[in-house]
Design a protein around this ligand. Structure first.
Ligand code: NAP
Ligand code: ZN
Ligand code: ZN
Length: 351
């Protein structure tokens, strides 16, 4: 049995958005149903809607920064009740059995976690994301949005927040550590806030100085333009950790040269083309080049609670759920013209 829900979808790769409907399963014994209040626009939505990574599944309903309020729960649900404020991030199921699932790192599920959209459920059927009026998800893949963060500021935490929190936490950002965040976009601005709250000394490496005032307001102690050659000379050998959030290819060797002994550069930005670098850039200072993908359910909840405790939410621009508005927003994200996350007011989508 299914229920029809209104959505904003892309019928074919790179096509304009349109209003349509999809079918969602009815609430099962372990499911939570919620009305989506806001859904963030992540740059990954654009990569996928435009087939920049791999062949996507169309029609596509993007959106994996989903926040709303519970309207119904299944008979066996114990963690959530009607009226709770909840969220869904980048996946809606995983095998629950492999060593990574057992370790609470479901995003690295060995069977392949089920993506919130542009994926297929294990039992069959395509997944559809949060550019949708209503959502149904298993309670184990549902997050609780703590009091003190509004739903629009919380939605982007479900992807952008956890994607920066997880590597900052894993690589030990904290007092005495010098951390650089590359790119002041959706991920980057949250990375700055979170790294500052963890107690690290934070530098923003942005293409220009246009957003410097914002970066300093978010707590960054230092701000440099990467278009200025002097930046790479001045900051050589400085950082313990660089989190690279850029959606385009960067000259990796230049960035690695900014790491001190044993420093690590972690790529969370995923450009469509491969990067290249020279082994000397790593060997010379025992540096590491790594990557990181979102975070598990337990860590995502930990991140939400951490953000609530430190008064951290995304800086958002709220959009009407109109196809043309979303098309324009995609162009603005690609042009780095958003401060700092678009969220779509999904409650305003007509039933
Ligand atoms: P975004 O809002 O577009 O931010 C990216 C930022 O990168 C821009 O604001 C810009 O910052 C900088 N930038 C853009 N083009 C650049 C270029 N050509 N050279 C140098 N810097 C450039 O995107 P986002 O939503 O934060 O996502 C960023 C990337 O992370 C995307 O590739 C996305 O798919 C990926 N992602 C990965 C994960 C994961 O789990 N690993 C999760 C979510 C997203 P400045 O203006 O400050 O230079
Ligand atoms: Zn995302
Ligand atoms: Zn698994």
């Amino acid at each position: 049995m299914t229920t029809t829900t209104p959505v904003l979808s892309v019928p074919t790769p790179s096509a304009a958005f349109e209003r349509s409907t999809i079918e969602r399963r009815d609430v099962g014994a372990h499911d939570v149903a919620f009305d989506v209040a806001f859904c963030g626009i992540c740059h990954s939505d654009i990569h996928q809607a435009r087939n920049e990574w791999a062949e996507g599944i169309f029609p596509m309903v993007p959106g994996h920064e989903v926040a709303g309020t519970v309207t119904a729960v299944g008979d066996e649900v114990t963690k959530f009740a009607v009226g709770d404020r909840v969220g869904v991030g980048c996946f809606v199921d995983s095998c629950r059995e492999c060593e990574n699932c057992e370790a609470g790192e479901e995003q690295y599920c060995l069977k392949g976690e089920v993506p919130t959209y542009n994926g297929r459920f294990y039992e069959g059927g395509d997944t559809y994301g949060g550019y949708s009026k209503h959502f149904v998800v298993h309670e184990d893949y549902t997050l609780r949005i703590p009091e003190g963060i509004s739903l629009e500021e919380a939605a982007p935490l479900l992807c952008a927040g956890i994607t920066t929190y997880s590597p900052l936490h894993h690589w030990g950002a904290g007092p005495g550590k010098k951390v650089a965040i590359v790119g002041m976009g959706g991920l980057g601005h949250l990375g700055v806030k979170i790294a500052v709250a963890m107690g690290a000394e934070v530098t923003v490496l942005s293409q220009s100085l246009k957003k410097e005032e914002d970066g300093r307001r978010l707590g960054a102690q230092h701000y440099h333009a990467t278009e200025d050659k002097q930046t790479f000379k001045d900051l050589r050998g400085t950082f313990d950790l660089i989190v690279n959030t850029v959606a385009a290819n960067l000259p990796v060797d230049k960035y690695l040269s900014l790491l001190r002994l044993d420093g690590a550069m972690v790529n969370v930005g995923i450009p469509s083309d491969a990067d290249s670098f020279h082994a000397f850039s790593l060997a010379g200072m025992r540096r590491s080049l790594a990557g990181s993908k979102i975070g598990g359910i337990r860590e995502t909840q930990e991140m939400l609670d951490f953000c609530a405790e430190h008064g951290i939410g995304a800086e958002v621009e709220v959009l009407a759920p109109e196809p043309a508005v979303i098309d324009e927003a995609y162009e603005r994200v690609v042009a780095s013209d958003v401060r700092y996350r678009f969220v779509i007011d999904m409650a305003a989508l007509e039933d």
